[in-house]
Design a protein around this ligand. Structure first.
Ligand SMILES: [Zn+2]
Length: 242
């Protein structure tokens, strides 16, 4: 079944730092805001006030505390906000559950996102995408991928293959700033990859390395470059020990 990917024009997307290395993403269109993975709330409220945004929705990629712990407070603060989260989780707050191929339309901003299921890091994990970008939580990282807390290497490999089918100009918005350390690991996997050493050079002095481009990941990310799930599993094992 082919579900077309929606297009969202005239948006601004900014990161808010949370915890040690998490990103909460805020999508702003005509001063209506959508918040992705609020693990914390106070800096989100501060940002929203400062930028005069009317928050209308929260998108949750998966159940880990560092992606959802700010939700309750934000719901109290903004009683009309609508929360979307994966159908395979049971959250303690009211939310609309989403699954593969759902198209979400935000009431005020008219922002539209398609949902895909990408299990591996956790079994409930979903991503939200439009024609230009993907919010992929802890599945794909800059030059890396999430740890397998619940899924199998086969599941994660399949989820990454799904992301690989998006167009190469797709912007990758991940849940953590792990890129530099991931590049250091990747360089031990592919010693002669010139795209990788170039990526290292342009990353080394950056605080914010995201969003990356899918084309960049295809050229440098060892987990996307693995040819099959066995190879993926071995690379994942070496990264876990890195
Ligand atoms: Zn996680």
């Amino acid at each position: 079944m082919h579900i077309p990917i929606p297009e969202n024009l005239h948006t601004t997307i900014l990161p808010i730092k949370a915890f040690k290395d998490n990103y909460i993403w805020i999508i702003n269109r005509n001063n209506f805001g959508v918040i992705v993975d609020p693990g914390e709330s106070s800096q989100v409220i501060e940002f929203i006030n400062k930028n005069e945004i009317n928050p209308e929705a929260i998108l949750i990629t998966h159940k880990h505390y560092d992606h959802i712990d700010g939700v309750k407070k934000l719901m109290e603060y903004y009683p009309n906000i609508i929360v979307y989260g994966p159908a395979k989780s049971k959250f303690k707050f009211p939310y609309k559950s989403v699954k593969e191929n759902d198209i979400l339309t935000m009431k005020e901003s008219k922002l539209k996102y398609k949902v895909i299921e990408i299990p591996g890091h956790t079994l409930d994990h979903v991503a939200y995408l439009d024609s230009q970008l993907i919010f992929c939580g802890d599945t794909l990282f800059g030059c890396g991928c999430g740890k397998l807390f619940e899924g199998t290497p086969e599941q994660m490999f399949k989820s990454l293959q799904k992301i690989k089918t998006l167009k190469e100009t797709t912007k990758i918005y991940c849940g953590h700033e792990y890129t530099l350390n991931n590049i250091r690991f990747a360089m031990t996997e592919e010693v002669n990859n010139l795209d990788l050493s170039a990526r290292y050079n342009r990353t080394i002095n950056k605080n914010l390395t995201l969003p990356s481009l899918l084309s960049e990941e295809l050229a440098t990310n060892p987990f996307l470059r693995a040819k099959n799930s066995d190879e993926f599993k071995q690379i994942r094992g070496r990264k876990d020990a890195f």
